[in-house]
Design a protein around this ligand. Structure first.
Ligand code: DCP
Length: 650
């Protein structure tokens, strides 16, 4: 569902940069002898020569398209060079492409707020950079303007018959232009410089759109490719949208776009101009109605988020036609492969970027042998993510089993699986510079209720408890997330991609927890049960702890429906998730599963370098409490504080 955001005050200038035939370029850099030849990258699958996933521009001239199989591409372009995607664990390994994308991001992000939107796309907020240029060295004062900038396509710029580059130069250097257009002119020069830099440093070409908002910038970047840039002047917006088919607009490719076409007879985005906002709101709700009214006018308040790293990690594989998986053991085999890769990637993310993923989701594409046409979809399932390959594999298997039970229904029909994917999402930074260790562990109630992170938690869907009615508002470093061994005791229900909230039923909070909350010291997290040299830290015990459950495993599961690209792992840009809430699945604390685990900290085991990793205030607090000198001789256990928090049997 689109989200309406009011247009921000003041002018903004945004660029959308999209790499050209990206995987092909990466392969051509690896093998320069391919440059200039018609080339395409194919998926490892051998059926009919594999599926094309990236097509070079030389091959496009022959009519080769991404939808083709390798054999078809050879028919229309016999000389085509088909390069196989690297394979690991029996599936496409996109590491090479991801890393190449990161090279580009690190160059582009130097100029302004940068949002990595996909493996090869970036949004840049160039407002500050353009304002600075305008005040210090506006275009008309420049001795030379890069040819790349002069080759810009300026939408709405009338041909003055003096040659297009000269025409563009005049437009860039107009001193009678309004402030908005002047910012666009500066941004066009900045983007041209950035694209040259990307080319020089990575050998990749890219195309860009430059406009006053993300929506228009994205539309523009695709208008002239490869290796070109397009600027959307405000005066050109109306014409641009007047003929833009609704389905081409981001967020209108699906059901909403279809409804506009069939129910309102809207063909182009500009056709929406005829409807008053009240009518659109009445039909589609206040939020969507307002959003539609605004996009018809080219207005969008969506901000460029500061994000250089991906929002989620996904690993998937398709099993087309006869390759469909038909047995639990074959599903298990592939799930293990996918989870192994996922585990590796989230661990790398943790090591390199200090980010923790909180939610594991399983999607599957399934069919029933005795069912014709569209039946029930295999429901996607999520649970809190536990680190460690074996844990992820175990949880993914449970998610699959649960989804399969729902999918197959009471008749136990024969089934086949045509695609499988596992995704780690809700990835949060480990906060740094927090003022107290309490910030790492946050509120006990919140902590005990979920190991999926506490930011944005709310309890909207449940009556607030009179005793515990706390909402966690900050990202929290959950030590137990890294601990590879405990079962969850609560169900967490992700409700929406957009608002990123989790529903927690706090009704089960025990008096014990309420009492603990009142302790105003670090000791409430580390209850010392022995004051001798071996101090036992009894944190996260009993009611508060995410404990191994006895008997029935209780990995929490939530339903969602997802719409995947042909291969979800390879291309996650439009992975939408919708969740259905129902009370049966609502979050709860299992109060019957308690008291089998304690967290122990042996002071003698503490590697001082671990304490050194903590923020200063916390170092003081911990040293004081542990009575540690600045440096003690200690057995080295590892370099991460989380290694000292393992559950130990009482
Ligand atoms: N990709 C994929 N599967 C898809 C679509 C894309 O694996 N169904 C991969 C290969 C592409 C890369 O993602 O190279 C970027 O996708 P784009 O849609 O941006 O397409 P290209 O960069 O290949 O071409 P263009 O120059 O048209 O943007």
């Amino acid at each position: 569902m689109p989200i309406h955001r009011p247009a921000p005050q003041g002018s903004r200038v945004i660029a959308h940069v999209d790499m050209d035939c990206f995987y092909v370029q990466v392969e051509q850099r690896k093998k320069p002898e391919l440059r200039g030849l018609p080339t395409a990258v194919v998926q490892y699958n051998a059926w009919k020569g594999g599926g094309l996933i990236a097509v070079g521009y030389e091959a496009r001239k022959f009519g080769v398209k991404r939808s083709m199989r390798g054999d078809e591409a050879k028919e229309v372009c016999p000389d085509i060079q088909l390069i196989q995607v690297p394979v690991a664990r029996g599936k496409a390994d996109l590491k090479l492409y991801r890393e190449a994308g990161s090279e580009v991001v690190s160059i582009l992000s130097a100029k302004g707020r940068c949002e990595r939107a996909s493996i090869d796309e970036v949004y840049l907020d160039l407002t500050d950079a353009a304002e600075l240029m305008l005040s210090e060295a506006p275009p008309e004062t420049l001795e030379t303007i890069e040819k790349e900038a002069l080759k810009s396509h300026i939408l709405g710029l009338a041909d003055d018959g003096k040659g297009s580059e000269e025409n563009v130069r005049r437009w860039l250097c107009r001193d009678d232009a309004d402030h908005e257009d002047k910012l666009l002119a500066c941004a066009a020069i900045i983007v041209a410089q950035l694209r040259i830099q990307v080319m020089e440093e990575t050998q990749f070409t890219c195309s860009a759109g430059i406009a006053h908002n993300k929506m228009l910038a994205k539309l523009a970047s695709a208008m002239h490719k490869p290796a070109q840039q397009t600027v959307v002047q405000t005066s050109a917006v109306k014409d641009l949208l007047a003929s833009l088919p609704v389905k081409k607009m981001k967020q209108l490719g699906g059901k909403l776009g279809s409804s506009l076409q069939s129910d309102l007879g809207v063909k182009a985005v500009g056709d929406l101009l005829q409807f008053p906002v009240e009518k659109l709101q009445e039909r589609y709700g206040t939020n969507t109605g307002s959003w539609l009214w605004n996009i018809a006018r080219g207005i969008s308040g969506e901000e460029v988020e500061s994000r250089l790293l991906p929002k989620s990690h996904g690993c998937g594989k398709t099993f087309p036609g006869p390759q469909a998986l038909k047995s639990i053991s074959s599903v298990e085999h592939w799930l293990n492969q996918l989870c192994e890769e996922l585990s590796e990637r989230i661990q790398d993310d943790l090591d390199q970027n200090k980010r923790i993923a909180h939610t594991l989701t399983l999607h599957a594409g399934a069919f029933k042998y005795n069912e014709k046409g569209l039946g029930r979809k295999f429901p996607s399932k999520s649970c809190p993510l536990r680190y460690g390959t074996a844990k992820i594999q175990e949880d993914a298997k449970k998610l699959f089993d649960s989804g399969l039970r729902d999918f197959v229904g009471p008749h136990n029909d024969r089934w086949g699986i045509a695609s499988l994917s596992v995704t780690a999402s809700k990835i949060l930074d480990i906060p740094s510079g927090t003022s107290s260790i309490s910030s790492f562990f946050q509120d006990k109630d919140c902590h005990s209720l979920s190991s999926s992170g506490c930011d944005g938690f709310n309890n909207d869907h449940f009556p607030p408890s009179p005793s515990v009615n706390k909402i966690c508002t900050r990202p929290v470093y959950h030590v137990q997330q890294l601990r590879p061994s405990c079962e969850e005791i609560c169900d967490v229900h992700e409700t929406s991609q957009q608002n990123k909230t989790f529903n927690i039923d706090v009704r089960g909070a025990s008096p014990r927890k309420r009492k603990r909350k009142e302790l105003g010291s670090i000791l409430r997290y580390f209850q010392v049960s022995d004051s001798s040299t071996k101090q036992v830290v009894d944190e996260f015990t009993q009611a508060d702890a995410p404990l191994p459950t006895s008997g029935q495993p209780n990995t929490s599961i939530s339903d969602s429906e997802s719409y995947m690209e042909p291969d979800p792992s390879e291309h996650q840009r439009s992975n939408l998730v919708r969740n259905d809430n129902n009370d049966e699945n609502s979050t709860h604390v299992n109060e019957t599963t308690q008291t089998s685990t304690a967290w122990h900290l042996n002071v003698e085991d503490v590697d001082p370098s671990v304490i050194d990793e903590l923020p200063l205030e916390i170092q003081r607090e911990v040293r004081g409490w542990l009575c540690l000198p600045k440096r003690v001789q200690a057995t080295k256990r590892g370099s991460d504080i989380t290694q000292y928090f393992f559950p130990a049997k009482k």
